[in-house]
Design a protein around this ligand. Structure first.
Ligand SMILES: Nc1nc2c(c(=O)[nH]1)N[C@H]1C(S)=C(S)[C@@H](COP(=O)(O)O)O[C@H]1N2
Ligand SMILES: [Mo]
Length: 212
């Protein structure tokens, strides 16, 4: 107990020295669960993932098809607006940038924002350029294992900081929707669930943009 408290403090001081601890955040070794509403169930026979809006061709992938998309692994520092940060988290899944580059998604020039649509109508909005960054992933796996139901199984958006990539925008972790079912590419921005509840639209962790 004391030993693990001590280790937490040491690791926090280390990431702070490395410039990886954003203002107002603390390091946690746990993985807190945070969301509004119940955890949905998953049926692989009826589940689908849709792409629509400002695209040349709307797309619908079954779970089987989603699993055949090209895969990417990233390591992220994730920062929750409730002030916990978790460092060196390992994710695997599908990169939206790769889908665009390899022609799985054909964007119209009018596409400028992306709305993540999750179960029960939950939404989260981001600018297209952020969704196309290397630090945004449609994640199916955390730390080598499929996501647990409470962390978003089977697919969730994740966004965080990649060490050494200070060129990338880093929004708070709420900008990744758990139980994700589709991406809408939009010409206009539209506030998502937490943004409508008063959270900041851009949500930059380094600028501490917590509330709008
Ligand atoms: N579908 C859905 N996704 C969601 C949320 C939610 O309420 N519903 N909350 C967000 C918030 S506020 C946070 S902090 C993270 C938490 O992810 P975690 O439970 O895996 O830590 O999920 C985000 N994604
Ligand atoms: Mo959150």
């Amino acid at each position: 107990m004391f030993e693990s408290l001590f280790r937490r403090r040491e690791e926090e001081e280390k990431v702070a020295r490395e410039g990886r601890l954003p203002p107002g955040q603390y390091l946690t070794q746990k993985f807190p669960v945070l969301h509004y509403g119940p955890v949905p169930s998953f049926n692989p026979a009826t589940w689908d993932f849709r792409i629509w809006g400002e695209v040349e061709q709307p797309v619908r992938w079954t779970w089987e098809e989603f699993n055949q998309l090209p895969r990417t692994e990233i390591t992220l520092d994730i920062h929750c607006v409730t002030r916990w940060s978790k460092f060196d988290t390992k994710w695997a899944g599908v990169s939206v940038r790769t889908l665009v580059e390899q022609g799985f998604i054909k964007l119209k020039p009018s596409a400028r924002y992306v709305i993540q649509h999750a179960e029960y109508g939950f939404t989260a909005n981001l600018p297209l350029e952020v969704v196309l960054q290397d630090n945004f992933l449609l994640a199916t796996h955390y730390d080598g294992q499929p996501l647990t139901p409470e962390h978003g199984y089977p697919v969730r958006g994740v966004i965080g900081h990649i060490v050494g990539r200070n060129d990338l925008k880093v929004p708070y972790f709420w900008k990744g929707a758990k139980w994700l079912r589709g991406l809408e590419f939009a010409a206009q921005d539209r506030p998502g669930f937490w943004e409508q509840a008063g959270y900041h639209n851009e949500a930059d962790v380094w600028k501490e943009e917590r509330f709008g």
